[in-house]
Design a protein around this ligand. Structure first.
Ligand SMILES: [Zn+2]
Length: 168
């Protein structure tokens, strides 16, 4: 499967999150062309600031393989991973990260920090940005637009990442 096809699957998970009232972000972990981890944002459901899509995808992949060492795996995310997720990606030994939209608020792969490409542990992590980036950003923008129309207070609360006003 191509990056585009895999990112399309991550985008489906992001849509699922949006339909469940969560900020629409999805992630996948791939190994040898197969999806071994899936995640979507669940912060509202679990009332957990760490319930990011990437964390679930990494955890599911580790459970699937029976090890936290995800050498040779790739992570796909619809939005640029934050510092927490970038840390988890480094700890998991993921070798390649593909993401869609840049996160102008907390982007830790290129936008504000380059935690993956310039990591202190000398790990080689390939970063590819912008795969279905516009689609991912559009999904976030329309989610926040609807939220703002519905309830202004909760809209400003729910901008832990991917502030749509700042997503080009
Ligand atoms: Zn994150």
């Amino acid at each position: 499967m191509t990056d585009l096809e895999l990112q399309g699957m991550a985008l489906e998970l992001a849509r699922e999150a949006g339909e469940a009232g969560e900020v629409p972000i999805g992630a996948l972990v791939i190994r040898a062309g197969a999806v071994i981890g899936r995640g979507r944002n669940r912060m509202e459901e679990l009332q957990d600031a760490t319930a990011h899509a990437e964390m679930f995808a990494l955890r599911q992949a580790a459970n699937h393989l029976g090890t936290w060492r995800l050498d040779g795996c790739q992570l796909f995310a619809t939005l640029e991973p934050c510092p927490m997720c970038a840390g988890a990606i480094l700890n998991s030994r993921i070798g390649r990260v593909v993401y869609g939209a840049p996160d102008h608020r907390l982007g830790a792969c290129r936008t504000h920090w380059a935690l993956l490409e310039r990591n202190p542990v000398g790990r080689e992590v390939e970063v590819v940005e912008g795969v279905l980036g516009e689609e991912s950003a559009k999904l976030l923008r329309s989610f926040f637009r609807e939220l703002r129309i519905g309830d202004r207070a909760s809209a400003s609360d729910r901008r832990p990442m991917g502030d749509p006003d700042e997503i080009a």
